[in-house]
Design a protein around this ligand. Structure first.
Ligand code: SF4
Ligand code: SF4
Length: 403
């Protein structure tokens, strides 16, 4: 890693403390070769006929079947939703780079030779957030660059061998953007239909992150557009004050719960940073296990955050050395492979996923986030457990659209 534990810059250690991160001496940067999706291409312990068919189903071999939510129409919608993201991720595949997933998105515009006149970092941060929202981002936060979260390497996708995961010199900040998934589609997880909620946001974020990055380059500053590639986005989203890490392995946000995907831009634009925030969501998680109980393959932990001991065994797909909830990635992905689509039951059942707009809903959120301390949180958990919403049947989702 670039920063041995005893040399991590003080401003990052301060922000670790504010975010509640505990990073141990044995922390090492994560190799993207060990990401479960990457392992499915090279590691015989993960790669199966099912995982091959899972990936093929996103192309023409869509594997429609008679089950509700897995018909040709469902796969057609899901795969169409992914289209823009696919175009971006495929365009450099012949050079070993899967842009947005296993390699940063290449610059589509040059950096202007002259730098624009800028205001102070606070004004510039407010302005870049407004620009990101203009292009369609639902959430925007800014934090310092922190190489601990950057992959130690990335795969060359032609041969699935590790190569250097490099960024240009001089980058200082990360702009993290959140992209809210469609609430009604999320209610139909698990199904190929629901996968359209995932694909739609990847396509949205590809466009948004490339447009915001182009804007910054036109100001004369560096901007590297990034989706799931290059660095773990979860610690960056937490550090940028967008949410807290939940038991279901997702960032819980105040506006959308875990129903969000994230993209990021690495830049040298001088910007004021946001601070991590205590939203009371992680504290709710600590005594909630709705997602862990709902997981069909028991891939989620039930206890408090640990260093990966509870359910991950010796899996190389777990980032070790950081105290957090960790999942059994192999069990989770094997279920996705059987379904031929993403599962995300743990997103659907989370009580923070459902949009809460009415007065009683707002009261529930206030209690759940600790407005009345642990007693109120306990009531909120009891209420949420009693009012678990059943999954929307995919055929009902379609029927509602056909009216
Ligand atoms: S995505 Fe599905 S299989 Fe994976 S952890 Fe969540 S509920 Fe379990
Ligand atoms: S379902 Fe409960 S435990 Fe799981 S992420 Fe949501 S709040 Fe946390």
């Amino acid at each position: 890693m670039s920063y041995p534990a005893n040399r991590t810059p003080e401003h990052l250690l301060d922000s670790d403390r504010a975010a509640g991160f505990e990073v141990r001496e044995d922390f090492k940067r994560f190799s993207q070769m060990n990401d479960i999706f990457t392992r499915a291409f090279w590691d015989e312990r993960v790669k199966t006929k099912d995982t091959d068919a899972f990936f093929a189903s996103y192309r023409m071999e869509a594997a429609p079947r008679r089950g509700d939510g897995f018909t040709q129409k469902d796969f057609a919608l899901r795969n169409a939703a992914w289209l823009i993201s696919d175009i971006v991720s495929e365009r450099s595949a012949a050079e070993g780079l899967r842009e947005g997933f296993q390699g940063a998105i290449r610059d589509d515009t040059p950096i202007a030779p002259d730098k624009a006149e800028l205001g102070n970092p606070e004004d510039e941060a407010a302005e870049i957030k407004a620009v990101a929202r203009l292009f369609g981002a639902d959430l925007v936060g800014i934090t310092h660059i922190d190489e601990r979260w950057h992959y130690a390497d990335r795969p060359d996708v032609r041969v699935m061998e590790p190569v250097a995961n490099e960024l240009p010199e001089g980058l200082s900040h990360v702009i993290v953007m959140g992209h809210a998934m469609d609430a009604d589609l999320v209610e139909t997880y698990p199904s190929a239909l629901a996968g359209a909620a995932t694909g739609r946001e990847y396509s949205h974020e590809a466009a948004i992150v490339m447009q915001v990055a182009a804007y910054i380059r036109n100001l004369g500053y560096q901007a590297v557009a990034s989706m799931n590639d290059t660095a773990l986005v979860i610690p960056y989203a937490v550090k940028a004050g967008l949410g807290e890490y939940g038991r279901n392995q997702m960032v819980l946000t105040p506006d959308f719960g875990p129903r969000v995907r994230f993209s990021k831009i690495f830049t040298d634009l001088p910007l004021a940073v946001d601070a991590p925030v205590d939203l009371g969501l992680k504290a709710y998680c600590e005594r909630c296990d709705v997602c862990a109980r709902a997981c069909p393959v028991k891939a989620l932990p039930f206890g408090l955050p640990d260093f990966g001991e509870e359910v991950t065994g010796t899996s190389p797909s777990t980032q070790r050395g950081v105290k957090k909830w960790s999942s059994d990635a192999e069990a989770c992905f094997s279920y996705w492979a059987k379904l031929k689509s993403d599962c995300a039951i743990c997103m659907r059942v989370c009580p923070f996923t459902t949009p809460r707009k009415g007065a009683l809903d707002r009261l529930w959120v206030w209690l759940a986030r600790g407005g009345w301390g642990e007693t109120g949180r306990g009531w909120a958990r009891t209420l949420a457990a009693r009012r678990l919403k059943p999954r929307t049947k995919p055929r009902d989702w379609w029927a509602a659209r056909g009216r």
